[in-house]
Design a protein around this ligand. Structure first.
Ligand code: PLP
Ligand code: COI
Length: 341
């Protein structure tokens, strides 16, 4: 199969329309078979639940070309499960988890020409999502839904790639206690837009959100979980019921413990502790692991010893091992790699 003529190494994190996407409709209490289509446009009623009351959730995952030339995805079963949790929280019908994985495989295979070549630094981002498609005007769940999966080739989420970024402690909250922070609801991202535009205008790359109840504990950024490394090489990640359970973070904690032999800890992280860590990184499908060099807390600068030029040594080892597993250079734990073709 001939690859598309794309400058893979210079891709940013943006939308490039690819050839095929998957669509399935939910009506009268059941999902239809679903199909691949070339039509990238969605046509829905003006009063659709998603347009009026933001009834929508999504997932994010990637397809990779491995060293030996196969196309694979990474732990899609966990994305399927998380989407089921998101749908249930938003009173949407669950898209069956096995069919979710099948749909992802179909769309990636149909867009194989857009899966960036091994070694290019780019990947194919896969975006499953669903939304209330029938009309609602009183506040209630829609009766009909659409589930779709599209793909887009992407480069690094942050412009500098592996160069450390600077983030600020945000004055805005991302998620309320007992709210929707633990699911991937579109509404979480809508309400983060003002905060990220504000942070960018002030010269920061991202926001660090604190827990809304006490504003003393580290939560996450708008699109990634945190990992910290202590001065004695322990890998620490914040525990909270209001952050998104990142699949990358769960995988990295496993890698840290079982591949790198490091001690790992998922626990509450207080803002006062930040100054004591040796390294900090943001982890997620889009972010992979993006190193953080500096956190600014209302004018007070916390500079990590790893500096502003390179990833810290433990972050780098985690990055190399995870991407090695995803690209087939390092043997994966059972069930992590889903071969497509
Ligand atoms: N946190 C938020 C708010 C996110 O949007 C994402 C991205 O999906 C993550 C964390 C990282 O999750 P994952 O590693 O499953 O992509
Ligand atoms: C992902 O990492 O897949 C996400 O959904 C994060 C998003 C902000 C791009």
């Amino acid at each position: 199969m001939e690859k598309k003529n794309i400058d893979w190494s210079n891709l940013g994190f943006g939308y490039v329309q690819t050839d095929k996407r998957f669509v399935s409709n939910y009506k009268n209490g059941t999902w239809d078979e679903g199909t691949l289509t070339s039509d990238a446009n969605v046509v829905i009623n003006e009063c659709a639940g998603v347009l009026q009351y933001a009834q929508t959730c999504f997932e994010g995952m990637k397809a990779y070309t491995t060293e030996d030339g196969h196309i694979v995805t990474f732990r899609p079963d966990l994305n399927a499960k998380r989407m089921a949790d998101s749908a249930a929280r938003l009173e949407m019908p669950v898209y069956p988890e096995d069919k979710f994985v099948e749909a992802v495989k179909q769309v990636v295979a149909a867009n194989a020409a857009y899966v960036p070549p091994y070694g290019s630094g780019a990947t194919l981002y896969v975006r499953p999502y669903m939304f209330g498609s029938s009309s609602v005007i009183g506040v209630k769940p829609a009766d009909e839904y659409q589930f779709r999966v599209f793909t887009t080739p992407v480069g690094p989420y942050f412009k500098g790639g592996a160069k450390p970024i600077t983030i600020k402690v945000s004055d805005f909250d991302r998620a309320a206690p007992h709210g929707t922070g633990h699911v991937k609801a579109g509404l979480n991202y809508a309400m983060s837009l003002h905060a990220i535009v504000t942070a960018h205008a002030e010269g920061y790359d991202e926001n660090m959100y604190l827990d809304a109840a006490t504003r003393t504990k580290v939560e996450e950024t708008g699109g990634a979980n945190f990992l910290f490394v202590t001065k004695d090489n322990k890998v620490v990640t914040p525990k909270s019921s209001t952050i998104l359970p990142s699949i990358t973070r769960r995988s990295l904690m496993y890698v840290a413990e079982h591949y790198l032999g490091l001690e790992v800890e998922e626990r509450e992280v207080h803002i006062d502790e930040l100054k004591d860590f040796a390294e900090c990184g943001l982890c997620g499908t889009a972010a992979v692991i993006s190193p953080v060099g500096k956190i600014v807390d209302h004018g007070k600068e916390i500079c990590f010893p790893s500096g502003m030029e390179e990833m810290g040594p433990v972050t780098k080892k985690l990055y190399d091992t995870l991407t090695g597993i995803q690209m087939g250079r390092i043997e994966a734990p059972e069930g992590w790699i889903c071969k497509i073709c």
